[in-house]
Design a binder for this molecule. Structure first.
Ligand code: FES
Length: 320
């Protein structure tokens, strides 16, 4: 995982839809940017320790720019508001090099890209890539309304426009996404990609019981805003390399509590989305709160995201 930082220039900022802005970032020296693969994201460093991840939504063949779409979120912890209000064309900003935790299986016989709202951004890059490969795919893009549909013109005029279906929540019934019908019987070699708000993801993922786990790929773009911490308890963490044990109080994350003892775990999103803090678990049972690991990885209990996850057992031993 690369933590290399780049300074880029905001070449363009446009309003794409209600509450959604796009940003085009170019190299500060006019040169090429590091290449990226479909599904990749970058960290944007917004100052005061604020770091947010945004998917790249342009054609991965492009080396002259990165394009992002950012939803201004009502429940924002500051990142999306900062992007909308403080970042403007002409600004120089610090970003990470691209990394990809939402890989495209280019060998699939067919790919279904299912996007909700701003979750369309990685899907656009995937659609460009699949179209360039001449691969079979379909992109379904669900939004609340036409006014909230970012990249509408791009998607309806792209070389792959015939593979795109738009679904507006406030539109006629016959254009709504029929997820049960679409997902009922997966063809052999079909891959599914889902990215959107948690409610939409839960609904869609509830329809894929018959799919092989490795064929369903998901990426959350925000943590579960409903996740409460009212009933969190304390537990202990042992650091495997030193044997030191520390109490993790109910009101602190593992990352924050360990930092108070000089044990630093690198973090980025601090919401269980990006995987930056992923840590091996040698003993004990994690209480997984992240959206980064798959269900199988959660069940294996061999790694966890200490930025948000906790422990069900009284002691957990981390491979640090
Ligand atoms: S910092 Fe992103 S998952 Fe923990």
């Amino acid at each position: 995982m690369s933590n290399e930082r780049l300074i880029v220039v905001v070449a363009n900022k446009s309003i794409e839809a209600q509450d959604i802005a796009s940003f085009e970032l170019v190299s500060g020296d006019g040169g090429e940017l590091p290449e990226f693969t479909a599904g990749a994201h970058i960290d944007v460093h917004l100052g005061d320790g604020l770091i947010r991840q945004y998917s790249l939504c342009n054609d991965p063949r492009e080396r002259h720019r990165y394009r992002l779409g950012v939803l201004r979120e009502a429940q924002s912890r500051g990142g999306s508001v900062a992007m909308h209000e403080r970042v403007n064309a002409g600004d120089r900003i610090s970003i990470s090099t691209p990394r990809n935790t939402f890989h495209l299986d280019e060998r699939a016989s067919h790919s279904i890209l299912l996007a909700g709202g701003i979750g369309v951004t990685p899907m656009i890059a995937m659609a460009y890539r699949l179209a360039a490969l001449g691969a079979s795919f379909e992109l379904h893009y669900c939004t609340r309304s036409r006014a909230r549909t970012a990249f509408h013109d791009l998607l309806t005029s792209a070389p792959f426009a015939d593979r795109v279906q738009l679904h507006f929540d406030d539109g006629p019934k016959d254009q709504l996404l029929d997820a049960p019908a679409l997902l009922r019987s997966p063809g052999a070699g079909t891959s599914l990609y889902v990215c959107g708000p948690k409610g939409m993801m839960d609904y869609v993922l509830g329809q894929v019981g018959g799919w092989p786990e490795g064929r369903v790929h998901r990426e959350y773009f925000s943590a579960d805003p409903q996740a409460g911490h009212d009933h969190d308890g304390s537990f202990r963490v042992r650091i495997a390399s030193t044997g030191a044990e520390y109490e993790i109080p109910a009101n602190k994350t593992i990352v924050d509590a360990l930092a108070g003892h000089g044990v630093d775990i690198p973090v980025s999103c601090e919401q269980g989305i990006c995987g930056t803090c992923l840590t091996g678990v040698l003993e004990g049972q994690p209480d997984h709160r992240d959206a980064f690991l798959s269900d199988d990885e959660h069940a294996a209990n061999t790694q966890m995201t200490p930025c948000c996850s906790r422990a069900k057992s009284a002691l957990i031993v981390l491979d640090l």
